[in-house]
Design a protein around this ligand. Sequence first.
Ligand SMILES: Nc1nc2c(c(=O)[nH]1)N[C@H]1C(S)=C(S)[C@@H](COP(=O)(O)OP(=O)(O)OC[C@H]3O[C@@H](n4cnc5c(=O)[nH]c(N)nc54)[C@H](O)[C@@H]3O)O[C@H]1N2
Ligand SMILES: Nc1nc2c(c(=O)[nH]1)N[C@H]1C(S)=C(S)[C@@H](COP(=O)(O)OP(=O)(O)OC[C@H]3O[C@@H](n4cnc5c(=O)[nH]c(N)nc54)[C@H](O)[C@@H]3O)O[C@H]1N2
Ligand SMILES: [Mo]
Length: 723
Amino acid sequence: MRLPGGATPPDAGLGPDTGIRGWFKIAVAPDDPPADRRIVRGACPHDCPDACSFLVTVEGGRAVAIRGAPDHPPTGGALCTKVARYLERTYHPDRLRHPMRRVGPKGAGRFAPIGWDEALDEIAERFRSIAADDPRSILPYDYCGTMGLVQGGSLGRRFFHRLGASLLDRTICATAGKVGVGYTLGAALGTDLEAVSAARLIVIWGSNPLVSNLHFWSRVVEARRAGAKVVAIDPWRSQTAAKCDVHIRPLPGTDAALALAVMHVLIRDHLIDRDYVERYTLGFDDLARRAAEFPPDRVAAIAGVARAEIETLAHDYGTIAPAMIRVNYGLQRHGGGGAAIRAITCLPALTGAWRHASGGLLLSTGAAYPVDVGALERPDLLAKGLGGREARSINMNRLGDALSRTGDPPVRALYVYDSNPAAVAPESGAVRKGLARADLYTVVHDSFATDTVDWADIVLPATTQLEHFDLLKSYGHYCLQVNHPAIAPLGESRCNTDVFRALAGRMGFDEPCFRDSDHDIARDALLWNHPRLASTSFDTLAERGWARLDLPRPWAPFASGGFPTPSGKCEFYSESAKRDGFDPLPAYVPPHESVASAPELARRYPLALISPPARHFLNSSFVNVASLRAGEGTPRIEIHPDDARERAIADDADVRVYNDRGSITLRAAVTDNARPGVVVATSVWWRKLSPDGRNVNELTSQALADMGGGATFYDVLVEVTPA
Ligand SMILES: Nc1nc2c(c(=O)[nH]1)N[C@H]1C(S)=C(S)[C@@H](COP(=O)(O)OP(=O)(O)OC[C@H]3O[C@@H](n4cnc5c(=O)[nH]c(N)nc54)[C@H](O)[C@@H]3O)O[C@H]1N2
Ligand SMILES: Nc1nc2c(c(=O)[nH]1)N[C@H]1C(S)=C(S)[C@@H](COP(=O)(O)OP(=O)(O)OC[C@H]3O[C@@H](n4cnc5c(=O)[nH]c(N)nc54)[C@H](O)[C@@H]3O)O[C@H]1N2
Ligand SMILES: [Mo]
């Protein structure tokens, strides 16, 4: 295939024989553009539902501008604050440019440059010698630094499978909700972003889209302009909640009870869609009995809200159509997070809100894409690597415990890429203790010297999205995208796939899949015969840059049932949940740590701490971009005036925030944006860019959610005192 444009693109880590020119010249304004200007189509790789399409202007091999693609419907020409500054990140003076070897003590971050050959030889030798004893002593640690199908979960998975390494359970973000939504709906499918602006009621439940899902928020604004009512359910007055018509502020981790009370009122007041319930749901009578146990009075006490708020919410939800619920991950980072998502996802089937394309519910659209996970990750290679041993999985939320040397076999080598666990993993104290082990061999592949890099034995420099090829899906809309490299890799940086190709060669892995180019991987990543790809081919996708899945426009996924559950119905009663040891009906599972569920702990640590995403950061990415860090100011903790007064805490004073796991110093912001009993510290700061060299994960816990082994970042009790 040949795109309009001509000359040869830079060799940007595409692997051998790519044969594709992913860039083109466009007709530009008549102000005599430089002859070598070209526009390259890319896609944002960050862990965000929006998965934006962007256009990079390149002059003389240097990226000089980036903007949102106007032709990609979800992006609509607009980028978020962070990715609008992607060039600052790409050309940051602190970019890692060479492989390095540790020269100081662990954790000091002192390194000397070495060549790629030396670095790769050493890693392969160490891996070989550890694997000779037991390959499960090697642990990969990666998450969503890039969401790309090629750079994210392809060659790295193949490599560690073939090696027989420990499997990583990637549970840090979405698994509790994924399991919960799975029991009810069957899979993560939901309201079409392109239909949201025609909703009449939008309930934003445990989500702050103005910060973390901007292109959803712009649809909410359109809907509101057209008269929609917008409700936020969030303990915190987030930037989003502050702009909604109604803000209900439950105590953290009590959302399942709230959802059950809404069901109670809907059923009591005959606000349900009988026809939809009869045709397309399973277990209504059982559900009605369960909901009867959650009258608004009882739930008002559990959730710390007014009874009238629950009644009004239920009446709005039962009488306004189309009604859509945007439920997100904020409310699942709790002991009962899976149960909360399961309960909330029952609501649109009760009222028949799924009948409307602009109604229903959106958690994630991730299951819509026909991805060939087997081809990408090659789990079949594991048996070969294990050589008769039993596979071992390690939950990534328990990294601290996993590195404690108590495992059988203990973890002796850690290979980190696409993640910054020293900053983002819970209970940093335990993680740090593990990383400090003299007998742990740690490799970190990143574009920057993150908190995790400081603990590495070998550091490898990574490309950014402007420097490599990828294929992307989304968890907030229904478009596929291709990212073409705009510029050559900076310094000696290499993309993930290149590094794993090279390591596989040195390990003597001779399976042909380790010689796949990035385009080969992308071609194999999707099931091209699937009806949702009927009008798309790899070549047309690569040329145009994006393609919507073949779905009606807009799409109402469950307008006439068709739930991908065992029964084909929305399962209020779930036999699968029962088989997995859960309540077959939606239930309220209280937080691990709360005044009600852990009264003794709460006497010492009476405040619930939540640490949701900061506007200018993407998890811990972008924290080192000065202009974005300036946007956040200094790490703060928001505390209600009553809670502050009781503790003699003044606005803008430094405070100590602590529990049995650790202690950090933050700047107090005394504000009723925090509700009484709940403190809020937006995240995730780099430890070493925080005034006291620590961040909020010093306080969070390795305890897991009820479902999917999920994280419990927002299920934390603390005390706050003047510093
Ligand atoms: N700017 C920015 N965008 C991001 C990210 C980022 O770090 N920065 N992170 C990305 C990632 S990885 C993810 S997973 C998504 C997350 O996306 P969301 O899940 O939408 O996360 P938030 O935007 O933090 O919204 C969570 C909201 O839930 C609230 N919350 C906390 N606990 C509870 C509770 O128990 N009940 C209720 N009802 N609300 C609660 C918080 O106060 C917060 O306002 O965002 C992605 N987008
Ligand atoms: N307290 C608290 N902690 C949290 C959360 C919270 O809300 N509160 N949120 C949690 C959530 S939802 C998530 S998803 C996790 C996220 O945790 P992570 O997935 O670790 O996300 P990031 O912190 O953004 O770190 C990603 C790293 O990958 C690197 N990277 C990017 N692209 C590439 C690439 O192509 N190759 C390589 N080798 N590296 C690359 C980036 O430079 C960055 O350092 O954090 C969790 N931690
Ligand atoms: Mo996440």
